[in-house]
Structure formats: structure tokens, C-alpha cells
Ligand binder design. Sequence first.
Ligand SMILES: Cc1cc2nc3c(=O)[nH]c(=O)nc-3n(C[C@H](O)[C@H](O)[C@H](O)COP(=O)(O)O)c2cc1C
Length: 364
Amino acid sequence: MPNKTKNRKADHIRISLEENVRAKLVTTGFEDVYFVHQALPEVDRDKIHLATKIFNHEFSAPIFVGAMTGGTKKASKINMSIAEAVEELGLGMCVGSQRAAIEEPQLEATYKIVRKKAPGAFLAANLGAPQLVQGYGIKEAERAVEMIEANALTIHCNPLQEAIQPEGETGFAGALQKIEELVQTLQIPIIVKETGAGISSEIAEKLERVGVKGIDISGSGGTSWAAVEYYRAKSSADTHHQKLGESFWDWGIPTVASLVEVSQSTKITLIASGGVRRGTDIAKSLALGAHLASMSTPILRPAIKSTSEVMNTLKFFIEELRNTMFLVGAESMEELKNTPIVLLGKTSEWLRKRGFDPEIFARR
Ligand SMILES: Cc1cc2nc3c(=O)[nH]c(=O)nc-3n(C[C@H](O)[C@H](O)[C@H](O)COP(=O)(O)O)c2cc1C
């Protein structure tokens, strides 16, 4: 991998660990989402069934570790810890962009490790929309999929990050058509994900029309890529890009607003991410129409330490999810999806102004 790309990847990990890269003024909207507590839940907590079948794959709980890395030694260790943990727990993960290994095949091992360590888990491959526009096609997509024997291919959209990076690739015209070509040729589901700025109902409808099978909304309120690029620019005394990063720090569609927009306007399989920090956030996401929930930054620090740290972190999320389901009397994913949700505050206002009725969730 060219040194520049390698340094950039290392910077992303370092900055995500050392700096506060969370959105400042914008929040996910999970704080606007209330379950209705059931004082007599009429379920046994230990009998709650968390398993779910998504993309024809059995997940022991609806949890997925979001795309982060690959291409360096440290990345390989991170991928290994996550892979071992999701295999053990029966969950899934997405690798970071595989562009590095497409460009330099000797880096493939840093990604291949995930299938080696997780022979039975749901694994998603990952390429970027800008690379598709610049000429990546079926051949590169198939290589990415084969590299990790992936169950799905994820295409990430990161226009915010590209617009702030000094070396950003901002040619996005034609990306949808390239995605459509992949959908028509590849035998596995294509998932389109954002990277922290959310997906609108308009974009989701277009993606559904071309046959995309999954959307990972990755809304704002969690990790801000403008913030990550702010710190990168700061460390190289690039005041222009530092200022740009600051201006767009809070850009994006808050996670809950994005989730409801997409769940109400498509029938697509939906992954909720962007600032999912508790099992209650996972439960809220599922009750609002998500099929899986995903976290990236909360898994990064444990993954650098060990597999068991990742397992403990994921187990705690599962414990919180189970408790939430107990407190609303939901024994299964199906029951959780039908449990009442009260949407208040700015999320409710956003949805109303965009033509969605937040009250439908409260009256079921
Ligand atoms: C260190 C790091 C590297 C990332 N690299 C990628 C990537 O290569 N491809 C991708 O699709 N998303 C990447 N992401 C974005 C995440 O998948 C996710 O969409 C985003 O961080 C929001 O989720 P969070 O708030 O749980 O962190 C990365 C995130 C982090 C923290």
C-alpha cells in the first residue's frame, strides 16, 4: 500500500482512540426514543429469544461489528480479535475498506484472517463508492468477496470525509449505476453503508430500486469523520482542512431520523449504526425497524487489547438488550418490533417536517 494510504489508516485508528471524535452539537436521537415500561412484563428474562435470521444467516443476536480496518499489522490484530469474538458469539462483522489489498495483494492476509478466525460467522466485504467511480468493477468486487469468502459485499459512501480530506476523492457521479452493475452480477447481497452522516429516504429509495439488499444507515451523532479529518489536518498544521473539519463536524442526518426515514420508505434489510453505544440503543433501533445494529468505535479499543475484551464488550451489549426486552415484555425480535415507542423532541419534529408520522410507533 502506498505510504500515504498506510499512514492515513494508522492515523484513523490513532485519532479514534486518542481524541474525542464524537459529534458535538448533533446527537443520535436515541435520547428522544422512549420505550413504555411494563411493570408486569409477563416474560421470563432467561427465556428471551435473541436469535434472528438475516440475509439467510442465523445470528445469535442482532448485532454486527461495523467496518473499521485492514492493511496494516495493527489492523490485522484488530480484525483477528473481532473475528474470533463474533465467531464465538455467533454474530457478524464487516472488514474495513479492502482497497489496500486490491492495490497491494501482499496485504490480503490482514483481511483474510477474519475468515480464518471466523469460519462460520457472517462476514461482509468492503469497498468504497469513490473507487467504483474511478474504475473498480466486477473484477475488484469479486476479489474483495473471495478474499474473505464474504456473505455480503458492502459499498461505503463517505462523501463528507472525502470532502474534507486533503487527498479526498470527490468524484461521486455515476456511483449508483456502478452499484447497480454489482447487484446484477454478484451472487451475494450488496449492502450500501454510510460512514457517520446518515442515509435519507430519497437515497434509500434509489438504492432499493436498483436492487440493493441492505442499507447500513450509519447516521450522525456517533463518530464524526469530519472530526477525524480535523485532527489529521491539525497534526500536519494544515489549517485550511482543519477549519473545514470544524465547520462540518456535526454534519449529517441523526441516526434515529435516518433509521425511521429508511425503514418507513423501503422494505430493505436495515442495519442501524452511528453512535449505537448501549444495548438500549440496539433495542430502540430494532423497535424502529432495524434488522441488525452495529457499532464500530466502541469495539476498537477492546479489539486492540484482546479477543476476550471484544467478547466482554459484545456480551454486555447483549445483556443490556436482553434487559430492555424484559422491561418491555418482549420475548422475541418479532415482539420487540411491535412494542410501543414514544418519539419526542427534535427527532419527532424532524420526522414530521419530512412527512413521516412519529405517532405510529406509539399506538401499536
Ligand atoms: C477507525 C475507524 C475506521 C473506519 N474505517 C471504515 C472503512 O474502512 N470502511 C467503512 O465502510 N467504514 C469505516 N468506518 C466507519 C464505521 O464503519 C462507522 O460507519 C462509523 O464509525 C459510525 O459508527 P460508530 O459511531 O459506531 O463508530 C471506520 C470507523 C472507524 C472508527
